[in-house]
Design a protein around this ligand. Structure first.
Ligand SMILES: O=P(O)(O)OC[C@H]1O[C@](O)(CO)[C@@H](O)[C@@H]1O
Length: 239
């Protein structure tokens, strides 16, 4: 794993968008895995600028998102689908049919997760962007999730529900379940970029860098991947 140290949010966003943009330029039909949360917002702003000021044919770009709350419609303001359109898709010209998002209102959850994993396998993700939870979760894979997990439904931990309640009017409104790509699905990507920003992610970064690989720390599976770039700021690093 390569650790790239940055001194502020802007630098992190620029570096992350550079990596994504390089992959987009290098591949005829780039497939990019996208994440939500507050950390990657700046990355999307930078990537929008790069894409729209280039002559790249965005018709060739395909995307997959990591996760979605179970029960939230795609037009619900706290759904990850809504987030992705607000922060990214509405500002670029990636064709609708190339955008893959899990459907929080899927009637048949088993069919939804199976079809999603099959689509990932068929497309093959060139680069996957990740954030991280304080407890080391990546996507919505909470501690204890099997490293062999593919796209599935999870029960969110009280810690994650509390962390994400800042986006909802009250704690009780935060869904308790989510669809998520599994750890194995994430590990299939050719390249992985993980953003770790802020003092509250210090322990998660420390645990990842310790090299200990354990299901108690979902992000630790990344130690087994051949091409991971961690972009972390001074506060997360503890400098
Ligand atoms: O960037 P944030 O808002 O701290 O979120 C961290 C992580 O939490 C999630 O939003 C899910 O709880 C992940 O998708 C994300 O990687």
């Amino acid at each position: 794993m390569e650790l790239v140290k940055v001194s502020n949010y802007e630098e992190m966003s620029k570096k992350a968008s550079d990596i994504l943009f390089d992959v987009i330029k290098e591949n005829e039909k780039p497939v990019i895995g996208l994440a939500t949360g507050s950390t990657p917002e700046g990355t999307y702003q930078e990537l929008i600028k790069k894409l729209n000021s280039s002559d790249i044919d965005q018709n060739n770009i395909t995307t997959f998102n990591l996760d979605e709350y179970v029960g939230l419609d795609k037009n619900h303001e706290q759904s990850y689908s809504y987030y992705m359109y607000e922060k990214f898709f509405n500002h670029v010209s990636i064709p609708q049919e190339n955008i893959h998002l899990l459907n929080g209102k899927a009637e048949f959850a088993d069919t939804e997760v199976k079809a999603y994993e099959e689509a990932i396998d068929e497309a093959g993700i060139d680069v996957q962007l990740l954030g991280i939870g304080r407890n080391g979760h990546i996507a919505f894979n909470e501690p204890g999730t099997s490293f062999d997990s593919v796209t599935h439904i999870v029960d969110l931990t009280p810690e994650t529900i509390e962390d994400n309640s800042r986006f909802f009017d009250e704690l009780g409104e935060v869904p308790s379940k989510a669809f998520t790509m599994g750890l194995k699905s994430i590990m299939k990507a050719d390249k992985i970029v993980i953003l770790i920003y802020g003092e509250n992610k210090k322990e998660a970064l420390e645990a990842l860098l310790s090299g200990e690989v354990t299901v108690d720390n979902p992000a630790s599976v990344l130690n087994n991947h051949k091409d991971v770039t961690i972009i972390a700021d001074n506060a997360a690093i503890g400098e």
